[in-house]
Design a protein around this ligand. Structure first.
Ligand code: SF4
Ligand code: SF4
Ligand code: FES
Length: 726
C-alpha cells in the first residue's frame, strides 16, 4: 500500500493507521490518548492531520486531474482535519501533518488551548515536570501564551486511589488511558469517568485499586494526574540517572528503568520489551525496591573476641577468612548462591568449586526436576489458542505471565512493528474486548486467574499432571480435549507441580506434550534458576544441598537466608544483615541486582542483560569479585577476576557467547541442565523487606541525624572493590 505523507511516498502494510503512517515517514504528530498497547479511541483530538484519497469512477478508473503524462489521480481532501489515531491509511492516501499544513498547525494549537482550559497549570510544581507529555507538547504545538485570565476548575488533589497510586483530579485531561488499561490489560473494570461534560472526573469504585498491576497507570498517564506514591516527591525527572535493565524479582525478566538520585534507588518504571513484558510490569517489580537503599551493609563485618560482628576492611575480612579456613581442606567449604545471581557469577562459582574440589555446591531456590519438553515463549502464550495452567499461582510466581495469558483471551493481537518501533495505534484493538474464557483452563488451587478461566479444576498440584494425562473426571476430560483440539496449545506448570516432581512426571509431560502438540513453560523457582541449573550448580555425588547447609564443615553463602550456619566456619555474602548473616563469622557486603552488570535467563529461556544503576552501597561487591577474595583466603587461584573473565568461562564451559546480546535479549537453549535434591519451594514474590517502611518526615530526620547525616552530594567514582578487575 502506497501512502504519501507530507510529500514523501512510503510503502506500508494494509491496516496501518494514519498516525503510524506519519511516524513511519519520519514525521511527528502530538498525541495523548493513543497508546501502543491500548485500543485507539480518539478522545484527545490532538493527533489531527489533513487527509485525502483518490476516488474511482463508476467504471473503476481513477478520477484524474492534469493532462497527458502529467495526469494523476485527483485527491479528494476531507473538509476538516481528522484524528489520525482512529483513521486507517488506505492505498493512495495523502496525509499532511503540521509540518506542511497551516490548517493542522492551527487546529492543534486550538486543541491544545482547549485541553489546557481546565488543566490547573501547576506545571512548575507538578511531580511530572520533565516527563509530562502535555507540557512537552504544549511547548511544541501550543500557542505559547495563555488567553485565560480566569480561575480554573478545582477538584480533589492528592487523592489516594490505593497505597501505591495518588490521583490529582485537577490535572487529568480525560484521555481515558487508565480506564482502558484496566479494562483491556488486567481485565479489571475498577476505574472510570464519573459525571458528564465539564464535571467529569476519574475515580475508582469503593475499595480503591486492586494491587497486582495497578502501577502501570502511573507510566501511561500522559500528565501528572496519576503518580507513584513510593517515588512521589523523591526527585525530578531530570535529576534521576536512568538505567535500563531487567527485573529479577521473578523469572519473567521484565524490562525496567531504574531511576537513582544521589546514590539512592528512588523509582522503577516499566521498560518496553515486546517479546517479554510489552510495556507492563507488576506492582512488586515497580514498588518493591525499597530494600535496595534501606539498611544496606556497606562494609565487611568480622566477629571480634567478644563475639560481636564489627565493621572491618576487605583486607581484614580476607585475613579473618584465612584464619577461619586454616587447617581445613578447600573441598570441605560448601558454596551456595542465590538463584537470581547472574550467569557470570554462577560460572565464577562453578569454576571455583572445580578449583577447590567442593562437592557441596547449590543454588536456591530451585526444583529437583529439569523439564525436557518443547519450550513455549511468552509470545507463544499470548498467541495460543488454548492455555492450561497447572499448579501455579502466577501472582506469586510470574505475574506478567498472567497478563500474557489475558492477552491470549482477548485474541492474542500482537501489535505490528514498524521502522519507528511498535505501532502507536493498532486499529484491531477495541475497547471492552470480547474474551474467550473457554480457551483457558486452570487446574490447582484457586488463584486470581481463576476468575478468567472457562475450565476450573480444583486439584492437588502434584497429581494433576498424571490425572490430566489419563483423565478420570468430566472436567479433566474437557481440559484434555481442549488441548487436543487446539492448534497452538501451551501448558504452564507451577510450583505445586514442580515441587517434588519425580521421574514419572517427565514421562507424563513428554507423553502429554507429544499427544497434543503443546509447548510448555515450567516456571522456574527464581529469576535465573534455569540458567544456573545449566552450569552444574547442584550438589555433586556426596555433596550437601543448601537445605543441609548446617551439616557442612564450613560454608560460603551468597545472598541466601536459610536461617542456619554451617557446622564450622561460615562466611555470608549479602546485601542486608539477615538471620543467616547474624550467625556468620564473616559477613561480606553484596550488591543488589539493580547494581550489577551481567546476564540472566528467564522462564522462556531468553538471555536478558543487567546494567548497573548509580546506587551507593559503600564497599559492597558482586559475587565474582567476592569469590576472588574467598579464593585468596583459601589459597587457590581465582578462576575469574571480573565480568569478562567470567564470560570467557561461560564460552569455554557451556559454549555461551554473550559479547553482543541484543537489548531485547535472545532465546538460548543450553545443551544440558543439572538437577539434584532440593527442598520444597513456596513462591512468595513480595517479601517483607520489599515493603516501604512508612516513616514520617519527623522520624526520617531523627534517623538521619542519629546516623551522622551528611548533605547528599553526587556520587563519587565507585571505590575500588576487592579483587580488582581484569
Ligand atoms: S488520570 Fe491520566 S491516564 Fe487517566 S484519564 Fe486522566 S489523564 Fe488520562
Ligand atoms: S513480573 Fe516479575 S520480572 Fe516482571 S516486574 Fe514483576 S517481579 Fe519483575
Ligand atoms: S485523538 Fe487522542 S491521540 Fe488521536
Amino acid at each position: 500500500m502506497k501512502v504519501t505523507v507530507d510529500g514523501i511516498e512510503i510503502d506500508l502494510p494494509a491496516g496501518t493507521s494514519a498516525i503510524d503512517a506519519v511516524f513511519s515517514a519520519g514525521g511527528d504528530v502530538p498525541y495523548f490518548c493513543a497508546h501502543k498497547y491500548l485500543s485507539p479511541v480518539g478522545a484527545c483530538r490532538m493527533c489531527l492531520v489533513e487527509s485525502g484519497s483518490p476516488r474511482k469512477n463508476p467504471d473503476g478508473s481513477f478520477v484524474m486531474e492534469g493532462e497527458g503524462d502529467a495526469a494523476s489521480p485527483k485527491i479528494f481532501w476531507f473538509p476538516k482535519p481528522m484524528a489520525s489515531c482512529t483513521m486507517q491509511a488506505t492505498e493512495g492516501m495523502h496525509i499532511r501533518s503540521a509540518k506542511t499544513s497551516e490548517v493542522v498547525a492551527k487546529a492543534q494549537a486550538g486543541m491544545m488551548e482547549f485541553t489546557l482550559l481546565n488543566h490547573p497549570l501547576d506545571c512548575p510544581t507538578c511531580d511530572k515536570g520533565g516527563a509530562c507529555e502535555l507540557q512537552d507538547r504544549a511547548f511544541e504545538y501550543g500557542y505559547g501564551a495563555s488567553r485565560f485570565g480566569f480561575d480554573r476548575r478545582h477538584a480533589e488533589k492528592h487523592y489516594p486511589l490505593s497505597d501505591f497510586v495518588i490521583l490529582d483530579q485537577e490535572r487529568c485531561i480525560h484521555c481515558k488511558r487508565c480506564v482502558r488499561y484496566f479494562e483491556e490489560v488486567p481485565g479489571q473494570e475498577v476505574l472510570d469517568f464519573i459525571e458528564r461534560g465539564g464535571h467529569t472526573f476519574i475515580d475508582t469504585q469503593e475499595g480503591g485499586l486492586p494491587t497486582g498491576f495497578s502501577g502501570n497507570i502511573t507510566d501511561i498517564c500522559p500528565v501528572g494526574a496519576l503518580l507513584d506514591n513510593v517515588a512521589r516527591f523523591r526527585g525530578r525527572n531530570w535529576e534521576y540517572d536512568h538505567t535500563p535493565t531487567t527485573c529479577t524479582l521473578c523469572p519473567v525478566g521484565c524490562s525496567i528503568t531504574v531511576d537513582a538520585r544521589n546514590g539512592r534507588l528512588e523509582r522503577i518504571v516499566a521498560g518496553e520489551n515486546r517479546d517479554v513484558n510489552e510495556a507492563w510490569i507488576c506492582d512488586a517489580g515497580r514498588f518493591g525496591h525499597v530494600f535496595a537503599s534501606e539498611e544496606r551493609l556497606t562494609t565487611p563485618l568480622i566477629r571480634d573476641e567478644d563475639g560481636q560482628l564489627v565493621p572491618a576492611t576487605w583486607d581484614a575480612a580476607i585475613d579473618a577468612m584465612k584464619r577461619g579456613f586454616s587447617g581445613m581442606r578447600t573441598a570441605d567449604v560448601a558454596l551456595y548462591l542465590g538463584a537470581d545471581s547472574t550467569l557470570e557469577e554462577g560460572a565464577a562459582l562453578e569454576a571455583l568449586a572445580a578449583a577447590t574440589g567442593a562437592r557441596s555446591v547449590d543454588h536456591s531456590p530451585r526444583y529437583e526436576v529439569s523439564v525436557t519438553a518443547p519450550q513455549a515463549t511468552l509470545t507463544d502464550v499470548a498467541t495460543a489458542d488454548a492455555v492450561v495452567v497447572i499448579g501455579a499461582d502466577l501472582g506469586e510466581e510470574a505475574p506478567v505471565l498472567e497478563l500474557r495469558i489475558l492477552e491470549m483471551l482477548r485474541g492474542g493481537l500482537i501489535p505490528p512493528e514498524f521502522a519507528h518501533g511498535t505501532a502507536i495505534a493498532d486499529l484491531r484493538l477495541v475497547e471492552r474486548p470480547a474474551r474467550r474464557p473457554e480457551r483457558l483452563a486452570v487446574i490447582g488451587q484457586e488463584s486470581r486467574l481463576w476468575a478468567h478461566a472457562g475450565h476450573r479444576v480444583s486439584a492437588n498440584g502434584k497429581g494433576a499432571l498424571a490425572r490430566l494425562t489419563h483423565p478420570d473426571t468430566d472436567e479433566l476430560r474437557a481440559v484434555l480435549s481442549l488441548l487436543e483440539g487446539a492448534e497452538r496449545p501451551v501448558i504452564i506448570l507451577g510450583a505445586d507441580v514442580l515441587n517434588g516432581a519425580s521421574g514419572s512426571f517427565s514421562a507424563n509431560l513428554s507423553d502429554l506434550a507429544s499427544r497434543t502438540g503443546a509447548k510448555v513453560i515450567a516456571i522456574p523457582a527464581a529469576a535465573n534458576s534455569r540458567g544456573l541449573g545449566a552450569l552444574n550448580l547442584v550438589p555433586r555425588t556426596g555433596g550437601l544441598p543448601l537445605s543441609r547447609a548446617q551439616e557442612a564443615p564450613a560454608a560460603f553463602i551468597s545472598r541466601l537466608d536459610p536461617g542456619v550456619r554451617a557446622a564450622g566456619f561460615t562466611v555470608v555474602h549479602d546485601t542486608h544483615l539477615t538471620t543467616t548473616a547474624r550467625l556468620a563469622d564473616v559477613v561480606l557486603p553484596a550488591i543488589t541486582n539493580y547494581e550489577k552488570r551481567g546476564t540472566v535467563q528467564n522462564l522462556e529461556g531468553r538471555l536478558l542483560p543487567l546494567h548497573p544503576a548509580a546506587i551507593q552501597s559503600g564497599e559492597s561487591a558482586d559475587l565474582i569479585r567476592t569469590l576472588t577474595a574467598l579464593a585468596e583466603a583459601l589459597g587457590v587461584k581465582a578462576p575469574a577476576r571480573g565480568l569478562r573473565g567470567a564470560q570467557a568461562l561461560l564460552a569455554d564451559r557451556v559454549a555461551l557467547n554473550l559479547s553482543d546480546l541484543p537489548a531485547r535479549g535472545a532465546l538460548h537453549t543450553f545443551r544440558q541442565t543439572f538437577a539434584g535434591p532440593a527442598a520444597p519451594h513456596t513462591p512468595t514474590l513480595w517479601t517483607e523487606r520489599m515493603h516501604a517502611r512508612r516513616l514520617t518526615w519527623v522520624d526520617r530526620i531523627e534517623e538521619l541525624v542519629q546516623n551522622d547525616w551528611q548533605l547528599p552530594v553526587a556520587p563519587a567514582a565507585p571505590p575500588a572493590r576487592a579483587g580488582g578487575d581484569d
